[in-house]
Write a protein that binds this ligand. Sequence first.
Ligand code: CDP
Length: 212
Amino acid sequence: VSTTLIIAIDGPAGSGKSTLGNALASRLALETLDTGASYRALAAAVLEAGIDPNDRGEVARFARDATIDPGRGHVINGKDYSARLRAEEVNQAVSVVAAIPEVREVLVGWQRRWVLAHGGGVVEGRDIGTVVFPDATIKLFLTAHPKVRARRRSLEGLASIERRDRLDSTRVTSPLGAAEDSWSIDTTALTVEDIVTMVIERLESQKQGSER
Ligand code: CDP
């Protein structure tokens, strides 16, 4: 039995993954990994290279040849894309790029190495509980009312997040979805503190159960 603490957080855009992830990480003294940031950085790098995001072959080749900084997933081929991660053109391209199996293979490998190097962590994305860490200590699947999610992503807008959610949920490789053994939490009417308390309690009782 692994003692490495891995907290997997999945869910659609604006469901509260990063907010909860950061709060849990500070309570548990873990580091956080925002896997969406590297899908976004890769999409930004693809656009910058003048590659059509719909050209699967070219994007796959670009991803395979890319060097991703081992500690910082938003640094690709030596360039820091953090300022551009939420640009409109990246919102448009990221779910198309993320649907390409070779892109996922490259980034999932990077994510697993990151967690190994950090001895665990809070990892958030779309396929963490289902594909990347199926043995995570706890798997959370966050949802929230679309109006609330749109408010949390006000710059991007409801139509754009719904488009990403549709592309992410319907792709063939690693679609967005709750793992069978995940805990679904609707964050619409809960505070971050409420959820942190619930999750810590569950982790404690899991731990007692496994020690018994
Ligand atoms: O923060 P928000 O929920 O708006 O999105 P994000 O986590 O930054 O992810 C951006 C996009 O990356 C998603 O819409 C997915 O297309 C892709 N993604 C993915 O496919 N798998 C992940 N584990 C994380 C993100």
